[in-house]
Each structure stands twice: as structure tokens, then as C-alpha cells.
Ligand binder design. Structure first.
Ligand code: ADP
Ligand code: MG
Length: 393
């Protein structure tokens, strides 16, 4: 699959008419790790708004105070004005709580709120920038939370659609918007369950890749599979399973819990089925099936994510050494996610897999936004100064 992804990535760099939008971020630098100062940063995600006060200490060290605000369904549906009123209120609560003055605060902002419910994994650039502050080998940032996206460092001369200046050796961070990969459904191994998730979603035939790998959808895929098996093959042995009919009722965190259930009787799996779905009297075999389905969906998500990452590594010719920064609850909490990705990387690229580091990044969007503000502030920073692996593509 990776060579198909590579060719789609390249196509997106030539024009905006393809699935992969490959959006130039206009950011033509990475932090050196030496930037210092205090910045306010906002990260508006699909689930939470995080307000942070970020202290850049230099030498890759960051300290931060932060507060998380849940974005209610009403606010998600409300107008832009209401949304920004909410953001302003949250900033005030944060500043009051920490006794901070709002004079002269410099601010960075990342916005990954669903715009027309099409993309929920944007602003990945912050993840890449934050990890680059700590590790000069970082070239790719990935979000794997409610949605998914990836950003990476591209040579400007490889971006035909970039109409700005192309200085010798110039680079730019590209936001791939890879969640939209294969919206035409011609490449990915899409199942009838993926089609059910897609057709019942708010925006069918969009974000097709995202719907196979990200936190918003993994539980929903499992729900459709369980429903089908219950109806056609009597999974749950005749117990009522009507609560499973409810859309979005099977949370992705349940997959994590079930995959972590190593008890001989799969007791925690039983608890989830009983407490959340009122499915009683399941047999151990029923529960083993449930666990296996979660495993299959989880393994597929990890391998597909890796296929995307490997494609970018090959595109930028960095199999000789690169750090991939990854943010988001699915990567952080889903058991075995990293080892499944590593297995797939080894299968795809062999021994070179050892040169690739996956680094968990938390709150990359917020702190990354502060770093962009800091870099723009000084703008003395040349692009990637400590690049020991410097290699022209
Ligand atoms: P955001 O995308 O808003 O920045 P997160 O990175 O926290 O937020 O991702 C939220 C997504 O992660 C939700 O879709 C949720 O289903 C999923 N999630 C939360 N907890 C877990 C878990 N323990 N295991 C797997 N997925 C989880
Ligand atoms: Mg996030």
C-alpha cells in the first residue's frame, strides 16, 4: 500500500484537487531548542479546549500550567461567535485561577475543531514542532486522537504548487490532512462495517482513512460488527442486545479495556457488556469473540497508521534515522499500539525500522502553538540547524 500512498502524497503537492490536500503551513523553520519566553497557548480539539501558559526555558525544556475544558455538544453545534465566547470565558477562568495578568501575553492557537464536520485531526504541526524543540531528528508529527492527521518537513523544491519563493535548501512543514486518504475507496481494504460507519456518519464519503484508525470511530466499527454477529450468528446466545443498537454507544476506550482484559474468564469484558449494554449471561466463547474483534480492529488501525507513516518516511528519504512525534489518546492509551506499529514497520522496511523512533507527545498542539509564536517572535531561527542527518532528497 505504501507506494500508492507515496504517489498520492506527491500528487497532493502538485495541486489542491486531490484527496490529500497537503496544505503548506507557511512555517519554514523548526525550533532550535534554545527559544525562551512565556506564552499563552490554546488548543481547541475535537473533545476539549486546553488553555496553557507555556514557559520555554531553552535546551528543549518546557514548563507549563494548563486547564482543560470539555466542549459541550451545544457549543459544538453553535455558531462561531458562541464558540469564541466560550473560548474567551475559558481564558478568563484560567487567568483568574492562576492569578495571571493578561497584559502583554503572547498567544499561539491551534484549531482542530470540526469545520463543517469534515476534518477533526488538524493542527498536527504543533506536535511536530514541540518534539523538534526537544529532539532535532524530528521530521514527522502525527495526531491519533478523536481524528487523525500527519505533518512533515518537505523540501520546498518538491512542492510544485508552492508559488512563493524557493530559497536554496528551503523547507516547509506540510499538513497532509491524511484522514481524507482514499475518499474514493479504491485502495484501502474497506469492509461492509466501514461502509456502515461511513454512511451513518455526518459526512459520508469523506475522511475514509480517519474512519478506520481514529478514536472517534474504532468503537463504532466494533459496534457494527457485534450487532451483525449477534443478529446473524446468535452471538450473546439470545440475550437482549438492544442497547448496542444505539449509535456511538461503544466507546473506543472499551476496546482498550477489553484488549487489556487478561483474566481467564474475561471478567472486565463481561462487566462492560453488562453495565453499558445490559447484555447478561454471555458465555466465555462470546466474550472471546468480542475480544478478538476488538483486537482485529485495533491491529488494523495500528498497521494502517504505520503504513501512512512509512510512506512519509520513504517520501522524505529518512529511513536512515528519524523521530516521529505522536499525540492523542488512542496512541497514548490503546494497549500494544506502538508494538503493532513497530511489527508492521519491520515487515515493510526491514532492519531500517530500528532507525525510527516513535515518541509520545502530550498536548503538542498547545505547546507547539506557543513554540510557533516564539519562533515567529525571534525569527532568527534558521531551519533545522542541528540536522546531523542532513540529506537532500
Ligand atoms: P482530541 O482529539 O480532542 O485532542 P484526545 O487525543 O484525547 O482528544 O482523543 C480523544 C479520543 O480518544 C476519543 O475519540 C476517545 O474515544 C479516544 N480515547 C479516549 N480514551 C481512550 C482509551 N483509553 N483508549 C483508546 N481510545 C481512547
Ligand atoms: Mg489533542
Amino acid at each position: 500500500m505504501w507506494f500508492l500512498v507515496c504517489s498520492k502524497l506527491k500528487k497532493g503537492l502538485t495541486s489542491d484537487e486531490y484527496d490529500l490536500k497537503m496544505i503548506p503551513s507557511y512555517i519554514q523553520f523548526l525550533p532550535t531548542g534554545e527559544e525562551t519566553g512565556t506564552y499563552l497557548a490554546l488548543d481547541l480539539g475535537g473533545t476539549n479546549l486546553r488553555v496553557c501558559q507555556v514557559y520555554l526555558k531553552g535546551k528543549g525544556v518546557i514548563k507549563m500550567k494548563q486547564k482543560k475544558f470539555k466542549i459541550s455538544d451545544e457549543i459544538k453545534k453553535a455558531s462561531g461567535t458562541h464558540l469564541f465566547d466560550f473560548v474567551a470565558d475559558c481564558i478568563k477562568i484560567f487567568l483568574d485561577e492562576y492569578n495571571l495578568s493578561n497584559d502583554n501575553l503572547k498567544m499561539g492557537f491551534t484549531f482542530s475543531f470540526p469545520v463543517e464536520q469534515k476534518s477533526i485531526g488538524s493542527d498536527t504541526v504543533g506536535t511536530l514542532i514541540l518534539q523538534a524543540y526537544r529532539d532535532a531528528q524530528t521530521r514527522i508529527g502525527v495526531i491519533l486522537g478523536t481524528g487523525t492527521n500527519a505533518a512533515y518537513v518537505e523540501n520546498l523544491k518538491n512542492i510544485p504548487k508552492w508559488k512563493g519563493q524557493v530559497p536554496e535548501g528551503g523547507k516547509m512543514i506540510i499538513n497532509t490532512e491524511w484522514g481524507a486518504f482514499d475518499n474514493g475507496k479504491k485502495i484501502l481494504p474497506i469492509t461492509e462495517y466501514d461502509n456502515l460507519v461511513d454512511s451513518s456518519s455526518v459526512a459520508p464519503n469523506s475522511q475514509v482513512f480517519e474512519k478506520m484508525v481514529s478514536g472517534m470511530y474504532l468503537g463504532e466499527i466494533v459496534r457494527f460488527i457485534l450487532l451483525d454477529l449477534a443478529k446473524k450468528y446468535n452471538l450473546f446466545g439470545g440475550s437482549s442486545f438492544h442497547l448496542l443498537e444505539k449509535k456511538w454507544s461503544f466507546e473506543t476506550s472499551f476496546l482498550s479495556r477489553i484488549e487489556r482484559d487478561h483474566s481467564t474468564d474475561l471478567i472486565d469484558t463481561k462487566t462492560i457488556l453488562e453495565n453499558f449494554f445490559q447484555i447478561y449471561n454471555t458465555s466465555l466463547t462470546d466474550r472471546e469473540y468480542v475480544k478478538e474483534i476488538c483486537e482485529l480492529v485495533g491491529i488494523r488501525a495500528a498497521r494502517l497508521t504505520l503504513a501512512g507513516i512509512a510512506s512519509i518516511l520513504i517520501l522524505i528519504n529518512r529511513l536512515d534515522g528519524c523521530t516521529v512525534a505522536i499525540d492523542g489518546s488512542v496512541f497514548e492509551h490503546y494497549p500494544h499500539f506502538t508494538s503493532r506499529m513497530r511489527d508492521a514497520l519491520l515487515e515493510l522496511v526491514g532492519i531500517s525500522a530500528e532507525n525510527i523512533v516513535f515518541e509520545q507527545v502530550r498536548d503538542g498542539s498547545g505547546q507547539g502553538a506557543a513554540l510557533v509564536a516564539a519562533c515567529c517572535d525571534t525569527l532568527k531561527t534558521p531551519f533545522v540547524p542541528k540536522d546531523v542527518h542532513k540529506k537532500e532528497i
